[in-house]
Design a binder for this molecule. Structure first.
Ligand code: PLP
Length: 403
């Protein structure tokens, strides 16, 4: 299966005008197909939330709303984003460290159904704010496993991180919770790794986490209603056709289907990565110290993912015949090329020393798998370059439209 690659008609719709092209292009049909394919192997009783942090564009949220159980948010801003985009009915659960009293007031006022609590202080703060509001707030305790845990690209648990409550302190957190009449214990939350490409290994990790949750509930006499196993299902930027084996994952984790407690997932990357491309025009070509460089209209201020992960982001070159200048058109052929952005920093690199057949000034580079943690994690206003255009293509509107 290949990720979304815009058609010539879509590129034409997205690149009119004099200025060099710079745009995110999204295929909303592909997004629908993706989330449906992810959910299909899971038992119907499993909740599948979308982690809004991967891409919070309102059109993405509206496209996903009828197809996911709800939305996982990590800030007050994301709560408001979901409410504005999707309305009052959307289910929202909230996680993340460093919660404030204002966050908790806002989540209570906006019908967030559950808070994932990450520390003893957060328990006491949430309890105080809920009682002040005359509310009882359902909570999950987020666990940071003792570890070690299997490898993935990012590790949130099983290691020294700022996330969750250490596994050894869970009994203490349960005792604190007993003294919190403003809170209702509903279960445990685990988001231990991100971008795990080993479906069998991820299922085994999830099974261990489910077992721990059941053991704690039995030992402490708790009514265990929910275990949230986080996100973390992987993608492979080095091999865009590769897919996380959701079927094998579901078979391994749910060999006999599901009963109580209710299992939840909150995936971001695997939902949003594939359906979008980031298109940048080559505005200059040069050589420096023996290496060839293409300078792009765009860069890591729009798409920080490759520099954040230190990888060469997958791309295709979209050639263009038009050349408006009277001088010869510069080109580089049959060489290794570095794709650099328009920022004044040597870190503004999207792919380094990658082989290309031929590129010319005025051609476009189309980065694939650009839908998750791309624009949303980037420092958009550094140097105040113009933001990219945005185009959303849909079966009902093949021409697309800019935001
Ligand atoms: C608490 C939590 N849940 C879910 C996610 C989504 O993870 P992923 O995009 O790996 O599926 C994240 C991302 O880091 C997270 O921090």
């Amino acid at each position: 299966m290949t990720p979304y690659r815009p058609t010539p008609a879509q590129i034409a719709a997205a690149t009119g005008g004099e200025a060099p092209a710079c745009a995110f292009l999204h295929d909303l049909d592909a997004l629908r197909r993706q989330v449906d394919a992810l959910r299909r192997p899971l038992p119907a009783a499993v909740d599948f939330f979308y982690a809004v942090k991967a891409n919070n564009d309102p059109r993405i949220l509206r496209t996903l709303a009828p197809r996911v159980s709800g939305f996982e948010v990590a800030s007050a801003g994301e709560v408001l984003r979901v409410r504005e985009a999707v309305g009052a009915q959307a289910r929202i659960v909230m996680g993340g460290p460093a919660r404030t009293a204002d966050d908790i007031r806002l989540l209570l006022a906006n019908g967030v159904e559950r808070l994932h609590v990450e520390s003893p202080h957060m328990l006491r703060l949430a309890d105080a704010v809920a009682r002040q509001a005359g509310a009882i707030l359902p909570v999950l305790l987020r666990v940071n496993l003792t570890g070690p845990v299997p490898g993935a690209t990012l590790t949130m648990g099983g290691a020294a991180t700022q996330f969750g409550i250490e596994q050894g302190m869970i009994p203490q957190a349960i005792e604190i919770l007993r003294d919190c009449p403003g809170l209702r214990f509903e279960g445990f939350h685990f988001h231990t790794v991100s971008n795990d490409r080993d479906a069998a290994g991820h299922a085994a990790l999830c099974a261990v986490q489910l077992g721990l949750a059941r053991d704690w509930a039995a030992t402490h006499g708790l009514d265990l209603r929910i275990v949230n196993l986080g996100g973390g299902w992987g993608v492979d930027y080095a091999d865009p056709a590769w897919r996380f084996d959701t079927e094998a994952f579901a078979r391994a984790l749910f060999p006999l289907g599901v009963g109580a407690p209710r299992v939840q997932f909150e995936c971001g990357r695997i939902v949003a990565a594939y359906h979008a491309a980031y298109l940048c025009e080559i505005v200059d070509l040069k050589r420096s110290h023996g290496h060839a460089f293409a300078l792009l209209r765009g860069g890591t201020h729009h798409f920080r993912l490759p520099s954040s992960w230190g990888h060469d982001h997958p791309f295709v070159v979209v050639t263009r015949d038009a050349w408006p200048h009277p001088w010869p058109r510069p080109e580089i052929a049959g060489e290794r090329l570095t794709l650099a952005g328009e920022l004044c920093t040597p870190k503004d690199i999207l792919a380094r020393d990658v082989p290309v057949e031929r590129v010319r000034i005025g051609d476009r580079v189309c980065f694939l798998m650009a839908g998750a943690y791309g624009w949303d994690i980037s420092h958009h206003d550094f140097l105040r370059h113009a933001h990219p255009d945005r185009h959303f293509f849909d079966a009902t509107d093949r021409s697309g439209h800019a935001a």
